[in-house]
Structure formats: C-alpha cells, structure tokens
Write a protein that binds this ligand. Structure first.
Ligand SMILES: CC(C)(COP(=O)(O)OP(=O)(O)OC[C@H]1O[C@@H](n2cnc3c(N)ncnc32)[C@H](O)[C@@H]1OP(=O)(O)O)[C@@H](O)C(=O)NCCC(=O)NCCS
Length: 162
C-alpha cells in the first residue's frame, strides 16, 4: 500500500467510475472530471482530514483505501475501500482494509473510531470488514446500508497479515 500522489488523479477518476465500483458506492452515481479533480487536489492538500492510499498487489496498483474525517469531528474516520474487478475474490480486500486502518492510526493520533457504511446488498463487502475486525454498529444508520465500526485500541492490537 502506498499514499496516493498528484499523478494518480486520472487513474483514480477512471477507477471511481468503473461500473462495478459505481454500483457498490453509496451514491451509485458517476463523478465528473472537474469535481473529481477539485476534490482530489483539495483532499491531498488536507492530510488532516483525508488519507488516500493506493493498494498495491504484486507490484500493480490494484485499488484504494481512503479515510475521511469531517471538519470538527476528528475522532471519527469514515473508510471507503475497493479493489479493481480483476483483483477481488482472492482474500486481498480485508488485508488492505487492515493495513489502511493501521496507517490511519499512525497518521492521526486524535481519532478513535473507523466507520464503514456498506450497502446492505453487498455481502462480500460486509464480510470483508468483519474479517478485518469491524463489528456491526447500531448508533449511526444510513438507509440501505449496514454500518460497521472498529476502534483504535482494537486496530492497535491486531496483527496485520502480510
Ligand atoms: C469489498 C472488497 C474490498 C473485498 O475484497 P475481496 O478481496 O474481494 O474479498 P475476499 O475475497 O477476501 O472475500 C471476503 C470475504 O467475503 C466472502 N464472500 C465473497 N463473496 C461473498 C458473497 N457473495 N456473500 C457473502 N460473502 C462473500 C468471502 O468468502 C470472504 O470470506 P471468508 O474468507 O470468510 O470466506 C472487494 O470485493 C471490492 O472491492 N468490492 C467492490 C467495492 C466494495 O464493495 N467496497 C466495500 C464498500 S466501501
């Protein structure tokens, strides 16, 4: 896993708009180039709120694990994760999530919980977060989604598989 850099802007735009990724995203809509570019530039410039990692499998860029913190609520980070269609189904997803969590703990010493909102029909997504140590969280609900969370202490106790 490596931090995203400026040059990833086009690749991440193309990945984000792949039909498989759009279908499983919360909004289920494609993003346009101008909005993506503006969002990505702002996100890279604000590492206190956004942490964007590119998943690397066998030397290939293969997906994304991203953490976002809302302004004024640094204690909680929301995670988004995906692998490219050719890279799924081989057990890499939960490892990428666990590696990302560890990076977030290392990057931010003032956050205590990672939250995942996964579409209710995305059984594999839910299972991957559970394998990474997330548990169902009843506090924060979004229609059509399951909400899972993991706390900082649990992340710190985990052995991240290689
Ligand atoms: C979610 C994602 C990252 C998981 O990565 P992955 O490497 O494909 O996942 P795995 O192959 O390790 O499978 C994870 C678990 O789900 C299980 N699983 C696979 N397909 C499943 C299905 N249709 N229903 C239920 N469980 C399923 C696997 O058996 C595995 O559990 P196990 O090890 O206990 O058997 C990846 O599939 C992906 O990028 N999906 C599209 C984007 C997405 O859904 N993101 C999550 C929401 S933010």
């Amino acid at each position: 896993m490596r931090p995203a850099v400026t040059d990833d802007v086009r690749t991440l735009f193309e990945w984000r708009n792949l039909s498989e990724i759009v279908r499983l995203s919360s909004s289920q809509v494609e993003v346009d180039w101008d909005s993506h570019q503006a969002w990505f530039t702002a996100a890279l410039a604000n590492r206190d709120q956004h942490l964007i990692n590119v998943v690397v499998i066998g030397g290939r860029d293969a997906g994304l694990v991203r953490f976002d913190r809302a302004y004024g609520n640094p204690e909680q980070a929301t995670i988004s994760a995906y692998l490219l269609p050719g890279e799924t189904g081989q057990g890499a997803g939960y490892k990428a999530i666990m590696t990302g969590n560890r990076r977030a703990v290392e990057a931010w010493d003032d956050f205590y919980e990672v939250i995942a909102h996964v579409r209710s029909d995305n059984a594999r997504g839910v299972r991957s977060f559970q394998k990474a140590g997330f548990v169902e969280c009843r506090d924060e609900q979004i229609a059509g989604h399951r909400t899972l969370s993991i706390d900082r202490g649990t992340i710190l106790q985990q052995l991240v598989p290689s």
